[in-house]
Design a protein around this ligand. Sequence first.
Ligand code: GCO
Length: 443
Amino acid sequence: MTVKLTLPAQSKMLSQDFIYGVATASFQIEGGANSRLPCIWDTFCNTPGKVVDNSNGDIACDHFNNWQQDIDLIESLGVDAYRLSISWPRVITESGELNQDGVNFYLNILNELQRRNIKAFITLYHWDLPQHLEDNGGWLNRETAYLFAAYADKISQAFAGKVHSYATLNEPFCSAFLGYEAGIHAPGIVGKQYGKKAAHHLLLAHGLAMQVLEKNSPDTLNGIVLNFTPCYPESDSLADIKAAAFADDYFNQWYIKPLFDGEYPEIMAQLPKEHQPEILDGDMTIISHSMNFLGVNFYTRAIYRADADEHFLQIDAPEPRTDIGWEIYPKAFTELLLSLNEKFTLPPIYITENGAAMADKLVDGAVNDTDRIDYYQSHLNAVHDAIEQGVQVDGYFAWSLMDNFEWAEGYLKRFGIVYVDYESQLRTVKASGLAYKALISNR
Ligand code: GCO
């Protein structure tokens, strides 16, 4: 039974400069929904059948009221950094002005973090688009990219001197594909003609915001957070290998290649015209603005086989799996980091999310989540292996600080290293949280 997290004695991940943190996102933890504008996730949650347990983000972990105690909790874990996202509908009014009450909510948090020497890693967009912008076309409307840059401009001025790092977007793949193509995330739009258009506007928003951050906040680490689900062929057949490569371009490379190479993957030419984004002159230059860091989120891999009708067919994830059904396959993490490092000229990488949903049980005031500790151990090892082979990784964030609203899964899947009782809002540090704390403090 694993109760400890360890790394080889010489590991760079045991140096004091390697940053360890915990991560959250505004809609998933805050609640306080009455004190901000509605966002697309409010609407999605209120549409029957969209969220498994019919829950919503009205209260969530009530971090809106419990934030002080939550910062005590973060400090108690001994982490170097806290990755949080800003709720756009909390800080910007419908007419595009700063909402000072909302800004103050975050300023209080940033001041407390600073006082305790915890670095703030801010994500400007973790999926909670103001609903009034969606009513105007959302990410299918190019204008949203410019409104995002205007928000980034105002908020980065308001936060001056209090932030260590800004990520423009969290996982544009999820916003674009899950939100505007598969329709399983807000705003729930379905159709292949939409996904890549939304993706282009998201990436444009990122590039425009990078220009703003470079001007307003030149001393912070500015970049983006991408998620990767590496694609593996089911067999050695050429057809399966091609299917996996196509899926990789469609789901993964689509979001990183424009950032570093200024172009979309070649498979774009194989997509029907009406599925392609509309790219204006100069867009790719804006999108490929240089960055100070790349955030990488990793949870699992996916396996594909060739398919006569579609370019690829994803097969069911083999065992072992986490409680959300995702295969546990840490080798893909090392291989991902190596392949990104080989394909692109990257700035330093931060692992901005990694973690596992497990079927936790609170027994006698404790959660003995040794399965999650095993997950963390094997994935920390995977990062260590990539570093040993030459990849520059400067930090690692556990997803998540605490159990929270897991999007379309509602509150049924627990990713925290801290357990949340949603009735009492009582937090209990799980065994994994204690192990993470010990790893960090033993450096
Ligand atoms: C993500 C998300 C998190 C999820 C986590 C588990 O960026 O995908 O940041 O919000 O909760 O990934 O699905």
